[in-house]
Design a protein around this ligand. Structure first.
Ligand code: FAD
Ligand code: DLZ
Ligand code: SF4
Length: 508
């Protein structure tokens, strides 16, 4: 029996690599435990269930017998292990092959599956990544500090992506970020939306998810994600044509009313297995070689997948389970209700949370510099922040979500993933978006009734965390500015931050 989980929907997945339709049966199960271990956005559950059902149909067309257990099957026991045991008995399977899961929690449970099912269970390495867990461990060993940029260069050398024949990086530099990250010009046209009409299978799933998970944060309305590999490839082609050429230039820009800008929105497909990262990077490189996109865009995009995506996975498996418990800045504030849709007058937060509610997607800078920055500055408890990101985004699995939360936004790991916290005042959001123009707060003011909360929270954060951060070389300039601030202003900042933080409620 080959057991395929909801984020393993790749025809080349290790558990299927040697499967024979005449001898092997495939098991897939929609289980209540997975659908509710965090309060997932309904669109995330619908995406996974519909993609699973389409994948099962594809395997059947290829001649496989697929035993598929739906969530509403009265006999469904609701957990991976017990569904496996039930299926082994039902089908008389002699052994089970699975692929290594994406979450430590599931790996831990998998250790018991053999005993539960009473037959041998083989766990195969998930080889859909450029860098195996063992290779990453080898790279990390003996290094005092891990840095994504050095890992990325190794990956470029190893794969040959964007490399010249003489072993130097294409164009002469490893990284073209100096050309990237511009604010969006006022009248620049943005790419048309890509969407897929739900078919009958998706409509059934939407009805099921609506009835079971309709009270979770997020709306099912307007579900238009791809749920098959073929449509995910169309989404990629749409991005290559419309988004990629300006991806680098406007990678960090945000604009009210524009949800996706020049981003690809392929993360749900990559993470569930509908797209293969190797094929994606090859297609993106080819677009540059064909003169269809500039190098700054292509290198910037490939770095996200070949660099960041692989790097965070490596760190996750290297550091779990302890990584989930890190809280170096000692942050214990309950997550405010605004994250779950309670009203807020901070327009940037309102826009990013509302987009998340509608789409189960927000792009990187919204996650990092708006919601993430806010969670950092208010000292939100890392475990609650991690649960939020894991629940609300359609692409969220712990292997990719957790390092981004603990490491990238909260500095909870004490600088293991990034060399300094991404703390920023409202000035950054004002430069990269038009949110402030529509906000009741004034981004130019640091204290006073109309002061942008990001401003006083930022300085307050620096003061509160000085014992931990002042010694960081990369924070030296910021602390020099803080030291120039007069004492009365510092006190006013601290008072206003205390009043603001005291007024935050976790109700929603
Ligand atoms: P694009 O901007 O088009 O980028 C292309 C691809 O690069 C993405 O599809 C993704 O696969 C990869 N990528 C880019 N940045 C990262 C990164 N930091 N880590 C890993 N992969 C990256 N991404 C997830 O896939 N799942 C998550 O659960 C997730 N949680 C995040 C939590 C926080 C706090 C932050 C700051 C980032 C998180 N990211 C996560 C990374 C990133 O925000 C999303 O991958 C990206 O927004 C997805 O949209 P896109 O496909 O349009 O990305
Ligand atoms: C996220 C998810 C959800 C919501 N539901 C299921 C499910 O019912 N059945 C399944 O096989 N997988 C599901 N998944 C994906 C799993 O949570 C994922 O495979 C593990 O977290 C390991 O990465
Ligand atoms: Fe956000 Fe401050 Fe700008 Fe308002 S003024 S949108 S709170 S950064």
């Amino acid at each position: 029996m080959r057991y395929i989980l909801g984020d393993q929907l790749s025809r080349g997945i290790a558990a299927l690599s040697d499967a024979d339709p005449r001898n092997d049966v495939v098991l897939m199960a929609e289980v209540a435990d997975e659908a509710s271990y965090v309060p997932h956005h309904p669109k995330k559950i619908a995406f996974i269930f519909s993609a699973m059902r389409h994948f099962a149909a594809e395997l059947r067309e290829a001649g496989f017998t697929v035993d598929y257990v739906t969530l509403d099957d009265p006999a469904n026991t609701g957990a991976f292990g017990s569904e496996l045991a039930r299926a082994v008995e039902r089908l008389g399977a002699a052994s089970v092959v699975v692929t290594h899961p994406g979450e430590w929690r599931v790996l831990h449970a998998m250790q018991d599956w053999q005993a539960e099912a009473g037959v041998p269970v083989e766990i195969r390495e998930d080889d859909r990544f450029f860098c195996s867990r063992a290779e990453f461990r080898g790279w990390a060993e003996g290094r005092r500090q891990l840095r994504m940029e050095f890992f990325y260069r190794e990956m470029r050398r190893g794969t040959g992506l964007l490399m010249d024949e003489d072993g130097t990086p294409a164009g002469g530099a490893w990284n073209y970020d100096v050309e990237n990250r511009k604010p969006l010009p006022a009248r620049l046209a943005t790419p048309p939306e890509f969407f897929v009409q739900p078919d009958a299978v998706t409509r059934d799933v939407l009805a099921l998810v609506g009835s079971r998970f309709g009270n979770n944060f997020g709306t099912l309305e307007g579900f238009d994600y791809a749920v098959t590999a073929r449509d995910a490839e169309r989404a990629l082609a749409h991005f290559l044509e419309h988004g990629l050429p300006s991806f680098g230039d406007y990678q960090d820009a945000m604009r009210q009313g524009e949800d996706r800008l020049f981003h690809s929105v392929i993360s749900p497909y990559l993470n569930a297995g509908l797209l293969d990262p190797r094929a994606v990077c090859a297609a993106v490189e080819q677009a540059w070689r064909d003169g269809l996109a500039p190098l700054n865009a292509v290198e910037g995009f490939i770095r996200q997948i070949l660099g960041w995506r692989e790097y965070v996975r490596g760190i996750y498996w290297l550091k779990m389970p302890d990584y989930a418990q890190t809280n170096r800045l000692g942050a214990y504030r309950a997550l405010p209700g605004l994250f779950w849709g309670a009203p807020t007058e901070m327009n940037c937060l309102h826009q990013c949370v509302d987009q998340t509610r509608r789409l189960a997607h927000a792009h990187h800078i919204q996650r990092l510099m708006v919601t993430g920055n806010f969670a950092l500055l208010i000292g939100a408890r890392p475990s609650e922040v991690a649960e939020w990101y894991l629940a609300v985004y359609i692409d969220a699995y712990e292997w990719v979500e957790l390092p981004n939360v603990q490491g990238m936004i909260l500095y909870a790991d004490g600088g293991y993933l990034g060399s300094k916290p991404y703390a920023a005042s409202g000035k950054y959001i004002d430069r990269m978006s038009d949110y402030c123009r529509h906000c009741r707060y004034d981004v130019k003011q640091t204290t006073g009734e109309r002061a942008c909360p990001f401003n006083f929270l930022y300085w307050n954060f620096l003061m509160a965390n000085a014992p931990m951060l002042r010694g960081n070389q990369r924070m030296a300039m910021i602390y020099a500015s803080l030291d120039r601030m007069d004492e009365a202003k510092k006190a006013a900042v601290q008072d206003q931050a205390a009043a603001f933080l005291g007024g935050l409620s976790s109700d929603y």
